[in-house]
Design a protein around this ligand. Structure first.
Ligand code: FO1
Length: 312
């Protein structure tokens, strides 16, 4: 097969799906485009939560329950910062800090985020290709009644409790896709939009000029997996965010958000009644179990998606 399987990825949901995908196809066939909209500078360190979550998961290092951070990590540095009365609401583990120190050093030396991401990926032994959506900063800002909140302030510090009136992807208009992203989309064998939050994980990727257009124009089939099951998000605040933005919190609503470029929509058995609504948009549907409770379920979902893309 010539082209790669291109995956648009957010954090934990995407990482779990990609773990399954990497175990049913050669990882070298996978090209991951990661969200950087929720990147933040914390204690002077450049944190890329979604890139790191996917890397740690594919390297077998991820914390099994939380999904983000490193399994068995310690928090001595954070405790020392607490003693210094620094704000420590963002849980940075000691080993995780090493990733951010390395990234800061390389960025200061003039490396791009794509280069550093590749270096970290190679050092962790990950064989799938992985790039950030852009080398220029794009920052998701959450519009609430309290005003605009920086993403991690909204998500971690304030525990996503504010009603979301809107979202702004600061810097997106000036951003360019990372080198290779448009070519990968145009030359892909198939494309998967991972089961990630459509507003804060996939939205920033689609906001980078050229990416949405490339998805519309590519000859490759494009599939998406619903992150909403039975009206609830698999993880995180997606359902609540969709409702507070005036949308339905449903699988069909996610398909509608992607309707201009989507060929196939994969939704859970509990949402089978929504399939007709999606098909009415001209999008083919595949109904399956999308809950990735263990390795067999992750692999089964990956195989179903490959079949939907006619790659298996
Ligand atoms: N999520 C949290 O809910 N609380 C945290 O303290 C936290 C720390 C953290 C540290 C490193 C990292 O890579 C991710 C971290 N996350 C944390 C996840 C992060 O907020 C992600 O942006 C979200 O999970 C959305 O994808």
């Amino acid at each position: 097969m010539a082209g790669k399987i291109v995956a648009l990825a957010g954090g934990v949901g995407a990482a779990r799906f990609l773990e399954g995908l990497a175990s049913v196809v050669a990882p070298s066939r996978i090209y991951i485009v990661g969200n950087t909209g929720d990147d933040a500078e914390i204690h002077g360190l450049p944190i890329c939560p979604d890139l790191d979550t996917v890397s740690y998961t594919l390297a077998g290092l991820a914390h099994p329950e939380r999904g983000w951070g490193i399994r068995g990590d310690t928090f001595h540095c954070l405790q020392a910062l607490t003693r210094l009365r620094a704000a420590t609401w963002f849980q940075l583990g000691d080993r995780d800090v090493a990733t951010h120190l390395y990234r800061r050093e390389r960025l200061r030396q003039g490396a791009t985020l794509s280069q550093v991401t590749r270096e970290i990926r190679a050092a962790l032994g990950i064989r799938a290709e992985m790039v950030p959506m852009s080398d220029s900063p794009v920052r998701t800002r959450i519009i609430t009644r309290r005003g605009e909140l920086e993403f991690q302030n909204y998500f971690v510090r304030r525990k996503a409790r504010d009603a979301v009136l809107g979202v702004r992807y600061e810097g997106a208009e000036q951003a360019r896709p990372a080198p290779g992203v448009l070519e990968a989309i145009h030359g892909a064998a198939g494309i998967v939009v991972c089961p990630s939050n459509p507003i804060i994980s996939i939205g920033p990727i689609l906001a980078v000029p050229g990416i949405r257009e490339a998805l519309r124009q590519t000859p490759a089939p494009v599939a998406a997996i619903s992150p909403i099951v039975g009206g609830r998000a698999l993880k995180g605040p997606a359902a609540r965010m969709m409702k507070s933005m005036g949308w339905r919190a449903s699988a069909a609503q996610v398909a509608e958000l992607y309707r201009d470029f989507l060929d196939v929509f994969v939704l859970d058995g509990v949402d089978r009644d929504e399939a007709r609504r999606v098909e009415a948009l001209g999008i083919r549907t595949v109904v399956t179990n999308t809950i990735m409770s263990g390795v067999p379920q992750k692999k089964a979902l990956a195989r179903t998606v490959l079949k939907a893309l006619e790659l298996a």
